[in-house]
Design a protein around this ligand. Structure first.
Ligand code: ADP
Ligand code: MG
Length: 704
């Protein structure tokens, strides 16, 4: 028998090496494995017959034997076509695969294979074929009831496990698990009230749906098991958030602030422009927080360019004017430096004498020491920096307010860590990733929410177009025209990993190519995350000053970089970016009065049509909310907010919950009810029983 806590290396078929790989992805125990859920299901309850296939019909599953197979190399270099002729009792059909030569090892003649797809006519309109069908080789040893003859789960690739292997392992785990060891986390009474099954039944059902399950219900995430798992996730998260909220309500601000008309006038005199109505409204909301006895905990969201920075600065200055220090944390050094320069410039222009310091990880130690001293003695009023601000050894005399810019880069954990720095400061987190309200309430239920829903006047909307390789010359001509008119251009290149050498080389080579072959008469610069910080700063300064005409950059320019003279943003391989990210990138232009353009270059190849369709919304709207919602629909919140890398709550079901706000609300109500009935102690007891992986997922680790 296995228990929920049994390490996976004790599950037959895993072994130590594979177990290590799984641990790297955060999957250590049987329970962890059971929570790796299928991303879709295939109906293999009944197989179609080849003889019955009609082109353009529904997707079907075939149980076939490989008759013959052939790999064809085409004249286009590196391009291959793989043909497999498949047969069942009723006839034969050809399956065609592009650029997947390794399929030779799957479709070996004589082997039994299950394929899943839609029949189409070949490009001559003659033969009925299957194009790139899903497939799975069957072996004699296969237990029939697992991989065929049922609705089968299909999993995303995990470590070195195929979907098929995962299916087998999960089947085994469910068979061998001692049910008593997988306790329900949601109280029985709550489950009963909502007519939801317990955890184990829910997991069983989601992995191996019973024969009578409607496939449609599965796809729409409406089965009882799916609802139960989603409910559990939201319920626990809401409980954790409710607890944190109560904690915050018990906390007291370091001191009381005076925010009277005299101070208001003094701060208003520093403004370089008239605030928009939305900015004024948000400042008022913040002002109310600052007058309450409890510390502020506010999320400020506003589309790129909506003017969040000035609002944050005003809030920080309230703290400073009351004798406290303020800190502004940015996600990258480039952005920290830019904020620091802008704040300094703005204050200097109005003759305000605040001491504003910069603190980043790569600063030289002498400079760093002097900054640290200023913070410790209180000589420095404001500090702008990266997360280096909240490392050990950074001490503040009287830290009153922390502003975190571009929150989606920071996790719940970091938020808690910085809140615990010194006495309890006010915290304002800002994000330009517009989060639909339902999601914001779920992820940030412990924060109050303010929104700047209006852009400053005088902005010209950005024109966005999708372009293919064939249009490249025209795009270059357009760039030249803009530069001749005195503007500047960003060219963003994708990096899979900022550390990946081959990608960096590609970016470097592309910049060199643009400089030498395309724009020899212009100045082209390169900016990427691996550059030394002073190098980055120099390049940014050359671009800001107008010396560079074209800046080739990785997504380090994504967040917040502000060069109003830049009027064109070209994104190479736009298909590799998420929509929300493209919107952030696009926000780098259209910051001045000039007409601005965003050109999304899409690489040629099979995916062109699909990519174009996905990017279409970018050409239709500049509204970050609409784009973000579309992105959520297409990719789910994990991908949109980059949860894995950034340690934000890693909720698997949120996408579905978004579609079903009723479930979200009932889970929230039930969590509140529990806190009301059983008090904090009850909620704490429940949360304390959560396993580490759950605590991680909920962002509870190190917080509670
Ligand atoms: P974001 O919300 O993306 O951080 P910023 O704070 O960087 O936006 O503001 C974008 C630009 O708009 C900056 O150049 C800023 O000076 C300018 N700006 C902000 N508020 C106003 C306003 N009320 N009127 C005119 N310009 C403004
Ligand atoms: Mg900003």
């Amino acid at each position: 028998m296995l228990t929920a806590d049994t390490p996976l290396r004790f599950l037959k078929g895993v072994g130590p090496a594979r177990a290590d790989k799984l641990v790297e992805t955060g999957i250590e125990t049987v329970e962890d494995l059971l929570y790796v859920l299928p991303f879709r299901w295939e109906d293999r309850r009944a197989f179609s017959r080849i003889a019955d296939l009609r082109p353009g019909g529904a997707e079907t599953t075939l149980d076939v034997t490989v008759d013959s197979a052939r790999l064809i190399r085409t004249r286009r270099r590196g391009f291959t076509i793989f043909h497999a002729v498949l047969k069942d009792g009723s006839g034969t059909i050809k399956a065609v695969f592009y650029n997947q030569p390794f399929l030779q090892r799957v479709f070996t003649p004589g082997r039994r294979v299950v394929v899943f797809g839609r029949a189409t006519l070949d490009r001559y309109g003659k033969e009925v074929i299957l194009e790139n069908p899903d497939h799975e080789g069957l072996d004699d040893a296969d237990a029939e009831g697992i991989h065929t003859g049922r609705i089968v789960p299909v999993y995303r690739k995990l470590a070195d496990l195929s979907s098929r292997m995962q299916r087998l392992l999960i089947w085994r785990a469910l068979e061998l698990l001692d049910p008593a060891t997988l306790h329900d986390t949601v109280p029985r009474k709550t489950l009963a009230r909502q007519s939801l099954p317990g955890r184990l039944d829910a997991l069983r059902e989601v992995h191996f749906p019973p024969a009578e399950t409607s496939l449609r219900a599965l796809v729409e995430h409406h089965t009882p098991g799916q609802r139960a798992l989603a409910f559990e996730e939201i319920f626990l998260l809401q409980l954790a958030l409710a607890m944190r909220r109560r904690e915050v309500e018990r906390e007291r601000r370091v001191g009381t602030y005076v925010l009277d008309d005299a101070l208001r006038r003094k701060l208003a005199a520093l403004l370089p422009f008239k605030l928009t109505a939305a900015q004024q409204r948000v400042l008022k909301e913040i002002g109310e927080d600052l007058r309450s006895p409890h510390p502020m905990n506010r999320l400020l969201q506003g589309d790129v360019g909506s003017g969040k920075t000035i609002v944050a600065l005003m809030a920080l200055l309230v703290a400073v004017e009351n004798g406290y220090q303020g800190a502004l944390m940015a996600p990258t050094e480039i952005l920290a430096e830019q904020h620091w320069r802008n704040v300094g410039r703005l204050l200097a222009a109005k003759g305000a004498d605040y001491r504003v310091e910069l603190l980043t990880g790569s600063m030289k130690s002498a400079r760093r020491r002097s900054v640290l001293e200023g913070l410790a003695t209180g000589g420095a009023h404001l500090v702008v920096g990266t997360h280096a601000l909240f490392e050990k050894g950074v001490l503040f005399k009287r830290l009153g307010m922390v502003v975190v810019d571009e929150q989606h880069r920071f996790g719940v954990l970091q938020r808690a860590a910085l809140a615990s720095k010194g006495s309890r400061p006010d915290v304002l987190v800002m994000t330009a990733t517009p989060i639909p309200r339902s999601l914001a309430l779920t992820l940030y239920g412990d924060l109050d929410l303010s929104t700047i829903d209006e852009l400053p006047p005088g902005r010209t909307p950005i024109t966005t177009v999708v372009r293919a390789e064939a249009d490249r010359e025209k795009v270059y001509t357009g760039i030249r025209k803009e530069i001749a008119a005195g503007h500047q251009v960003y060219v963003v290149v994708p990096l899979v990993e900022e550390t990946e050498k081959s990608d960096l080389k590609a970016a470097t080579a592309f910049a060199a190519h643009l400089q030498e072959a395309v724009f020899p008469d212009l100045k082209v610069g390169l900016l990427h995350g691996k550059m030394k910080s002073d190098e980055k700063e120099r390049t940014m300064a050359r671009f800001t000053s107008g010396e560079l005409h074209v800046l080739v950059a990785t997504t380090v320019v994504e967040v917040g970089v502000d060069v109003p003279n830049a009027s064109v943003m070209v994104v190479e391989h736009a298909e590799r970016f998420g929509l929300a990210q493209l919107h952030q990138l696009r926000g780098r232009v259209g910051r001045g009065a000039a007409r601005s353009y965003c050109v999304l270059m899409v690489g040629e190849g099979e995916g062109f049509g699909v990519a174009r369709e996905r990017l279409e919304i970018m050409t239709q709207t500049n509204d970050g909310f609409r784009i973000s919602e579309r992105d959520l629909e297409l990719r789910g919140p994990g991908a949109v907010f980059g949860t894995q890398q950034h340690g934000m709550t890693d909720l698997q079901f949120l996408a579905d919950v978004l579609r079903d706000s009723r479930l979200l609300e009932t889970a929230r109500d039930e969590a509140r009810l529990l806190v009301n009935l059983e008090g904090d102690a009850g909620a704490e007891r429940l949360l304390a029983t959560l396993r580490p992986s759950w605590r991680r997922r909920l962002g509870l680790a190190g917080v509670g």
